[in-house]
Design a protein around this ligand. Structure first.
Ligand code: SF4
Length: 422
């Protein structure tokens, strides 16, 4: 257990949010009280909260947890889903990416549509309500590929929710087809697109984006795709990658931008902070980025998101693949309320003999959730509750033998593999 968490843990459990606010410094206590009273924090106020330490950090976390309780109650939700990363071939060259390969790389792959449909069928048979589809951007991708894949899956599985294609892929689709953005999105919706992962956001600041990936879509394009999708009734998530070259002011501006979009569209289902996984990336290896986020930063980002988005985006999701179980459970007590998806992909690899994979069974999720005294609930992609698990059942067991190995997994994880991506 990390030092920060260990030091906080004893008091964290015992202290009430009222006591925590009383123990905080006056300036921080005032900001927290404003937020508790429903006030919208501005840039300067948000920035002040990014610097908290000690009692002020504890107060921020406790108040974020209280706002979570008032907004969505005590259930921690999750979705049973499967990731379909159809290819790792990509021409974009993001410096933070450890996943993409050149077309001639020995480990480059491109799954056939038949394989992806079969994986979807298998997922539904195992209880999935969603497939999440993202991939690299190969140079020779056919213009109709994205829509054709949706149609192929929907023809076989009309009830399955397809959560697919980052704004970067949507823009690539418009370039490949020559279609206008609205027309292209409408076509994808008619082909079966249910919602969009709000990935490829990284930090919504063009100067930071130039450092991370000069070939990637610009802030304006990301916003245009998201607003157009929401306008057509296609909801999306929203994300932020932190722990690389950015500074705290970028977190605050990013969150306030998301809040502005949500005020207009109401189309974001949740916000997902994504810690930078550094070790196998050019960005880190060339000394241009720090080695991911600290636990203090993880807690501050999740808690700050709860405060800045309060009243606008009700759900804050943890990315367990990036945070590990311990970090996820900590952030689920610091303003977050959703455990994301089971991902499933590797349950199948595991069944085939693999030792370990990127998979947590629904029973393991539920057992983990109960360790912090909360109630698990399975949801759909759009946060309709399918079942609240008031009492433990026989499927619930802690993945103890794997907990210590999660940081290894997180260190090798990559955007599309993780289910929510960057
Ligand atoms: S993050 Fe996505 S777009 Fe960027 S290089 Fe990796 S696969 Fe390509």
């Amino acid at each position: 257990m990390s030092k920060t968490l260990k030091a906080m843990d004893a008091r964290w459990r015992e202290i009430s949010w009222e006591q925590a606010v009383r123990a905080a410094s006056l300036p921080v206590a005032r900001l927290l009280e404003k937020s508790l009273d429903g006030g919208a924090l501005d840039f300067e106020e948000g920035l002040a909260l990014t610097a908290v330490e000690g009692d002020d950090l504890l107060a921020l976390v406790k108040v974020a947890d209280e706002l979570r309780r008032r907004t969505v109650g005590d259930c921690i939700t999750y979705v049973v889903n499967r990731n379909l990363n159809f290819t790792n071939v990509c021409i974009v060259g993001c410096a933070f990416c450890g996943f993409s390969r050149g077309p001639n790389s020995p480990d480059a792959y491109f799954h056939s549509t038949d394989t992806l449909v079969a994986k979807s069928v298998e997922a539904v048979e195992r209880g999935a309500t969603e497939v999440c589809i993202q991939g690299g951007l190969p140079k020779d991708l056919q213009g109709g590929y994205y829509a054709d894949l949706l149609r192929a899956i929907k023809t076989r599985l009309p009830e399955l929710h397809i959560h697919a294609y980052s704004p970067m892929e949507i823009v690539y689709g418009t370039e490949k087809t020559g279609m206008a953005l609205h027309d292209y999105l409408r076509m994808l919706k008619e082909a079966g697109l249910g919602s969009i992962p709000g990935t490829a956001a990284e930090i919504l600041d063009d100067a930071v984006r130039r450092e991370l990936s000069p070939n990637k879509l610009k802030v304006r394009q990301w916003i245009d795709v998201i607003r157009a999708a929401h306008g057509l009734g296609i909801p999306s998530t929203c994300t932020m990658m932190y722990g690389h070259t950015e500074r705290p002011e970028h977190w605050v501006r990013h969150l306030l931008l998301l809040r502005e979009i949500q005020k207009d569209t109401g189309g974001f289902t949740e916000f997902v902070p994504l810690g930078f996984i550094h070790s196998q990336t050019t960005l880190f290896q060339t000394g241009r980025a720090r080695a991911g986020s600290s636990l203090r930063e993880d807690l501050v980002v999740h808690a700050l998101a709860r405060l800045l988005l309060h009243g606008y985006i009700p759900n804050i999701q943890v990315s367990w693949v990036k945070l590990g179980f311990e970090g996820s459970l900590a952030c689920l007590q610091a303003g977050a309320n959703d455990f994301s998806g089971t991902l499933m992909e590797e349950s199948i690899s595991k069944s085939a003999g693999a030792d370990f994979g990127e998979y947590v069974s629904p029973g393991e999720f539920r057992a983990l959730i109960r360790t912090i005294g909360r109630t698990p609930a399975e949801r759909t992609t759009t946060y309709h509750i399918r079942k609240v698990f008031e009492h433990a059942d026989a499927e619930e067991r802690l993945p103890l033998e794997r907990m210590s190995r999660m940081p290894v997994l997180a260190a090798t994880g990559h955007a599309p593999i993780t289910g929510v991506g960057y």
